[in-house]
Write a protein that binds this ligand. Structure first.
Ligand code: 2HG
Ligand code: ZN
Length: 474
């Protein structure tokens, strides 16, 4: 009898060309570990199809031969969603060769683009047409359209434009049996039954492989303002959010909270970055954009910050005077994750809560955690404007980081129980992957888990797509 592994590799090589089937350990290595270095997997091969038809042929071969498929975009998952398990039996599917802009319809304000395009390339293609694709996040240079849709990524402009889910009008998907669903519709109204694309968005590749999408585009900003403000506490930050919204309405695009410690970690590992307002406990990064020409955006932000200072809500503030200064302020925010990673392992919590509950949550969580983990360091930052915080914890100064990591379940229990009590979510934007499967089992209602399992069984009855992700065993 033929060796099933050899049969599979022969079939996929015939589909994509032998040079796009990698099996050498050195070639595979970068794809087998996640960005955080928490997970290490194995795979029988990495296959790089160049078209939807090739993806379909590869997935059909895997389905016939019962080989599980792990789709991978930019491999920037925070939860191990794109890392295969250790069995070595799965096939890694990279969409990296599929980067084409298939169509850009300026009158319809849509772009049809393939899944392997990076988010930065997607933004650039919109920009070149005088438009904007507003999804923006720290890993945009390497994360891909397929990845951001498969995780329903959020980022720094959700306050105004919503998550990836709100930005996709249509999808093309290769189903687990190798059939292609062409749902590339560029419609803002379409009430013809179940909205199937939403099943694949946020499914982390467990229901099929996203190969292309129709994305919504928006008018490009013609005037922008970026400001950095110091506040005394989270309560003041929430008050400032209200004041800015009252003045700027939907021109407020981003409102990011940054604790003094994450800022210090960022600057420690990126010393060339500025320290705009030293010596305060909390900071807020504000972004406002207006698509109308000659809008006085900076003057309005300045006026709002001035009123906030008079009311004692803001302690100090600065507004970027150039694109370079704005970029430097954003770099302070976007390099926090990298700074914290270089500092050592940390326990991440990607939570969302009603914005109004965040100050109380922070006070209660800090008290409970400090009782159990004296000296624990709070690396709190994130997208306060949309209620999503990265409530990350580092070991006490000089403490044993590995020992602290081993106690992560106890920290998760404190944080996630409190999040649940406030009606929040244990994964706001990073997804579930491998990291939070058990937490999902704990916090989802049985009826909700049951519906999720039924959807999985209906679309992927043999369990071939990205096994071991999202759904808990059992
Ligand atoms: C961000 O907002 C990312 O920078 C990463 O979502 C957050 O590292 C983190 O916890
Ligand atoms: Zn984030």
């Amino acid at each position: 009898m033929a060796d099933p592994g050899a049969t599979l590799l022969a079939r996929v090589a015939a589909a994509v060309g032998p040079s796009h089937v990698l099996t050498a350990p050195d070639d595979l290595a970068p794809y087998l570990t996640d960005w955080r270095g928490r997970y290490r997997g194995a795979a029988c091969a990495l296959v790089r199809p160049g078209s939807t038809a090739e993806v379909a042929a590869v997935v059909a071969a895997c389905s016939d031969l019962r080989v599980p498929v792990v789709p991978q975009g930019g491999n920037t998952s925070m939860c191990g969603a794109a890392t295969p398990d250790a069995s070595g039996t799965t096939l890694l599917l990279s969409l990296a060769r599929m980067q084409r802009v298939r169509a850009l319809d300026a009158a319809n304000a849509t772009m049809t683009i393939e899944a392997g395009a990076t988010l930065a390339a997607t933004q650039a293609a919109a920009h070149a047409a005088g438009l904007r694709f507003p999804l923006s996040l720290a890993s945009e240079g390497s994360c891909t359209v397929g990845g951001v849709l498969s995780t329903n990524a959020g980022g720094t402009a959700v306050l105004r434009y919503g998550n990836a889910r709100e930005l996709a009008l249509g999808l093309e998907v290769v189903l687990p049996d190798g059939r292609v669903w062409d749902g590339l519709r560029g419609l803002r109204k379409d009430n013809t039954g179940y909205d199937l694309k939403q099943l694949f968005i946020g499914a982390e590749g467990t229901l099929g492989v996203v190969t292309a999408a129709v994305l919504k585009l928006f008018p490009a900003p013609r005037s922008q303002a970026t400001a950095f403000a110091a506040v005394a506490d989270a309560d003041a930050a929430v008050r400032l959010l209200g004041m800015l919204r009252a003045r700027l309405a939907d021109r407020l695009t981003g409102f990011e909270l940054i604790g003094a410690l994450p800022l210090a970690l960022c600057r420690k590992h990126h010393p060339a970055l500025p320290d705009p307002l030293p010596g305060h406990p909390w900071y807020v990064l504000v972004q406002a954009d207006d698509a109308a020409p000659d809008a006085p955006t900076a003057a309005e932000v300045e006026a709002a910050l001035g009123s906030a200072a008079e009311a004692g809500v803001v302690l100090d503030a600065t507004i970027a005077q150039s694109q370079a200064q704005a970029a430097a302020l954003w770099a302070l925010r976007e390099n926090i994750s990298e700074g914290q990673r270089r500092e050592g392992p940390n326990v991440k919590h990607d939570i969302s809560l009603p914005v109004s509950s965040i100050p109380r949550f922070l006070a209660e969580a800090a008290e409970a955690l400090s009782r159990t983990f004296p000296g624990v360091r709070f690396v709190t930052f994130g997208h306060l404007g949309d209620g999503n915080l990265h409530y990350n914890l580092s070991a006490p100064e000089g403490g044993d980081a590995q020992d602290f990591m081993a106690r992560a379940p106890a920290a998760n229990r404190i944080v996630h129980d409190l999040v649940a009590a406030y009606g929040g979510s244990i994964s706001a934007e990073h997804g579930i992957g491998q990291l939070k499967r058990d937490e999902l089992a704990r916090y989802k209602a049985p009826v909700e888990l049951e519906m999720m399992r039924r959807i999985k069984a209906a679309l992927d009855p043999a369990g071939m797509m990205n096994p071991g992700k999202i759904l808990p065993d059992g």
